[in-house]
Every structure is written in C-alpha cells, then in structure tokens.
Design a protein around this ligand. Structure first.
Ligand code: NZQ
Ligand code: ZN
Length: 387
C-alpha cells in the first residue's frame, strides 16, 4: 500500500429540507455573497426563491448564466470582477458541477491580482481563496466533495482540470429532491461520470481489497439506482443513493493507498468537450469501453476478471479472456441501455480533428504515465474506435 496524506474538510448536509440550514452555514462566512448559478433550472424548481428568501438579511450579487463546461471568458472573469468590485465575502454556488467548478476558479481569482488563468494552469500557486458554499442540484461530478474544478477556454481548445486544497467547499448542501427535475439525459450522463470516476480509480497497479470492494459497490449501486431514477425521476431513495455515490466519486477516498492510475478516460474526454463542447458524462461513456478494449492485455487481465465477476456477476469458471471481454461488453451495454449515445458521431464528432486532439491529449495529459501507458498513437486509436 502506498503512503498518503489525505483530508476532505467539507461539511456535508444531506437530505430533505437541508436547505433550511443555509443561513446558519453562511452567517460566519460574511454578509456579502456572490450567488452563482446556471441557465435557469434553479428558478424552475423554486430553489432560487428559497435561497433568496433564506438569505434575505445578506447582500447578494448575482452571477447567472454559467454554462455546462464552464467558460473562463466570460464566466470566471466576470465572477472575479464582481467579487472584487463588491468586496464579496463568500461564494454560494447553486446548480450542477459546472456552476461549482466555475465558482472555485472565481474564489481563487478573487484573491489574486494577476490573470486568474495563471492559477488554473499552475503557473502561480494561489495564496488565498474566498470560501465557497454550494447547493448541488445534479448528481454527477463529486465537485461538492473535492477541491478540483474544470474550466474551458474556447479560443485555445483547453479544458483544464486543476486542484487546490484552498478550494474545498466549506459546506455542501445536498437535497436529493432538487435532482428530481434532472432530465433523463443528464441523469444518465451523471451516472456515467460517477461510474467512470470509480473505474479510473479501480484500474490501477496496486489496489486493496478494501478499495476494490468500495469501488465495486459504488458501480453496482450507481447502475441499480440510475435505472430506478430513470423509471421514476421522483424516487427519493434512488436519487439519494445516486447522489451520495456521486459525492464519493472524485475526492480520492476510493483509492487511498492505491498507486496512481492517471485517469486516462478523463484525460481523453476533456479534449473532446474542449473541442466540441459535448456533455462530459456522455464523452466518458463512449470512451470507457474502447479504452478498456485497448488496454486489455496479459498484464491487465486480472483486473478485468475481478471487475467482471464482482460487478457484473460473470461466471468465474469461464476462461479469463472471456470474462474480461464480457465485462467490457457489459459496460458498453449498460451505458447504451440508459440511453447514452455510444458513438462520437452521434454527439457531433467526426474524424476531422482526431489527429489534432490526440496530439493535444498526448502533450497535455501525461497519459504515458497512466496505469496502462498511452502514447499519441494509442490515444488516436481509442478515438477512432469510438467514432
Ligand atoms: O444551467 P442550468 O439551467 O442549471 O441547467 C443545467 C445544465 O444545463 C442542468 N441542471 C442542473 N441541475 C438541474 C438541471 N436541470 C434540471 N434540474 C436540475 N436540478 O444540467 C445541465 C448540466 O449541468 P452541469 O453543471 O454542466 O453538469 P455536471 O454537474 O455534470 O457538471 C459537468 C462539469 O463538471 C466537470 C465536467 O468536466 C463538466 O465541465 N467535472 C468536474 C469535476 C470536479 N470538479 O471534480 C470532476 C468531473 O470529472 C468533471 O470533469
Ligand atoms: Zn468526470
């Protein structure tokens, strides 16, 4: 087992009605609040009105319109400008992972005098950040329980994931009822994202029985509960379990003591959504089974066998290679069964920029050091297989 140094300082308030605790959470953090949100879903579900009412004693400045795959320009830049102009004390992010990720970049940028891109690209280490509270309305990224954010810069086709312990939310309020309105498409994409977070941590060289079991349970729970959410979007128990699974996905708790895996599917997908602005979870669902096929070898075989037997219940008496291939096929079939388009062409991506994307990924994502190292040619092949 590898050494580790781990902390997740975020307070989680989970369950029906947990929004009532918002004033108590916010009060010690200050009076001037930047309220960040997306394209309007929080207004449709009444959450915007609840927040405004609960925070009636606070001074609120709004940053609306944060898009999926949040953009550096205008959202991060505008948020930083607002925080500085209004001397904001705390950021309240209400919405999906994109709203929260954007808020994280703003939180650091607001305490920095230079170009916030310096922080996102690690050119400069942030010295301080505004505190962040969030109310998450979509189960997917796990941003509510980690210190990472992913920001897109359209003009350079960059989509950069960056992490800084200063950016852990102080508190995340998670009420599964706010996810009842999430569309079938986004529910499935959220499931694929969280499943892939788990898979990225499961496929590593050194793992433990403990972590493997945790990951296997996550994957089974996500599959069962996503189907239930799709059958009945207001199934509280299923939405709740899905939400908690997603919360655990990205803060490293599933792989404490494991060797690093390199998160290859994320490395590849971030380029897809940078170049084509596609939905992150859909890109991951398309890439994952093709990546699995590509890295299946004598060396990785036993991981696939364990995955197939413990997650999909494949007969352990079958020959190893058959188990591995069935497991990969079952992964593909599950994503397809929840309505995810399983080819890049279906999400508007053709072969025209594959060479360029493969080069970009090989140069920027460090996948030559992944659990199963990927060269530019490997990445190109995975993209072609995904068309
Ligand atoms: O903009 P609004 O109107 O709010 O609509 C959003 C958006 O259109 C909608 N939505 C959110 N909550 C809803 C709802 N619709 C109805 N009812 C609700 N309750 O869903 C759409 C997608 O929202 P978005 O925030 O983009 O989705 P998600 O939470 O999946 O976030 C995706 C982003 O997170 C990044 C991804 O790359 C992507 O940019 N990631 C962040 C990570 C992190 N911070 O740890 C890790 C992930 O791997 C991921 O890369
Ligand atoms: Zn993800």
């Amino acid at each position: 087992m590898q050494n580790f140094d781990y902390m997740t300082p975020t307070r989680l308030i989970f369950g029906k009605g947990s929004i009532e605790k918002l004033p108590e959470v916010m009060r010690p953090l200050g009076r001037r609040v930047l309220l960040a949100y997306g394209g309007g879903s929080i207004k449709k579900i009444g959450l915007y009105d609840s927040v405004r009412q609960l925070l009636s004693g606070f001074e609120i400045v709004e940053l609306p319109g944060i898009q999926p795959n949040p953009k550096y320009d205008p959202s991060v830049l505008e948020g930083v400008r607002l925080c500085k102009a209004h001397e904001v004390d705390v950021i309240l992010a209400v919405g999906g992972g994109s709203v929260l990720d954007c808020s994280k970049a703003i939180a650091a940028g607001a305490k920095y005098e230079g170009d916030p891109w310096d922080l996102i690209t690690y050119k400069v280490k942030a010295q301080a950040a505004l505190p962040i509270v969030d109310v998450i309305t979509l189960a997917a990224t796990g941003s509510e329980y980690d210190c990472g954010g992913v920001i897109s810069r359209t003009e350079t086709n960059d989509k950069i994931g960056y992490m800084d312990p200063l950016l852990f939310p102080v508190c995340s309020i998670l009420d599964p009822e706010y996810t009842f309105s999430v569309s079938a498409r986004q529910t499935a994409a959220g499931c694929a994202d969280a499943m892939n977070h788990t898979i990225e941590q499961y496929f590593a060289a050194d793992t433990t029985l403990l972590n493997d079991g945790f990951c296997e349970s996550m994957l089974k729970s996500l599959m069962v509960n996503t189907r239930k959410c799709l059958d009945n979007p207001e199934d509280y128990t299923a939405r709740a379990e899905m939400m908690l699974c997603c919360t655990y996905g990205c803060n490293g708790i599933l792989s404490l003591g494991n060797s690093q895996s390199g998160w290859p599917c994320h490395g590849i997908e971030h380029a897809l959504s940078a170049y084509y602005d596609i939905t992150h979870g859909e890109g991951l669902a398309i890439i994952t089974p093709r990546w699995m096929r590509h890295i299946l070898s004598e060396r990785t075989m036993d991981r696939f066998v364990k995955y197939g037997v413990n997650v999909f219940g494949i007969d352990p008496a079958l020959p190893k290679e058959q188990i591995a291939i069935r497991a990969i096929d079952a992964t593909y079939a599950f994503f397809e069964s929840i309505g995810i388009p399983m080819h890049l062409r279906e999400v508007g991506i053709d072969e025209s920029r594959i060479d360029e994307m493969a080069r970009h990924i090989a140069q920027n994502e460090g996948l030559d050091k992944a659990y199963a190292p990927l060269s530019e040619a490997d990445i190109r092949q995975i993209l072609i297989d995904s068309l």
